[in-house]
Design a protein. Sequence first.
Length: 248
Amino acid sequence: MGGDGSTGRINWRPWLLLLLVAGLVIGLGSGGLWLWQRLPAIQLSEVDTLEQVEVRGTFNAVSEEQLKEILLPYLQAGFFSADIRAMRSAIMANPWITSVSISRHWPKGVVVEVTEAQPLAVWGKAHLLVASGALLPRPAHMRLGALPELAGDEELVGQIMSQYQALAGLLTTRDMEVKRLSFDDLGGWHLELVSGIELKLGHDALLERVNRFLFLSRGLLAPHLHKIAGVDTRYGNAVAVQWKNEEK
């Protein structure tokens, strides 16, 4: 049984070509997937990072620029690698920020929403008292409006704040609102109203003494309020009135 010696041999060339094409397709697919995953981070790192941050909130104590500067080092990691938790911690390190929410927003980077502490009163020249009872550093650029002023020993800030809130709920009519409330061990409570009238209130029964003044301000003293400089309520059932034309 003779014949051609090539009979029965397998031709491997088509198979090798097929394997080569398959490998090339798989390699291109893997490379494309890697490039698709990396491209957003590469693109994000190649642009000005500050333009990739959208900051939302009402700004008074802090500014958008301050927050963007805090976030800038973290954005350099790129869109997918940016550490959101670390970014949030960095912003919360500012004592004026009470809450922050950060989310990725393709293709613009991140969206940051912040809430500031609300100032309740001025405390000296360097601090503001906020609703939580904390004394925070007073930003030089901050608009204060018509905030009242509180003063006293910082160890008593909670007590002074509590008394102010009680008085604010009591003194609600025009010109009778609190302008300044202070406390010292020697003179006790001292209250200045928006009208300019100053009340000496002593150490205790604060609300009772203010109510006594309010009662007189609606009756006996009502026609003369514009002439009054101060009222001393540190007496049993009476008050001492100091008129504006009197020498102090």
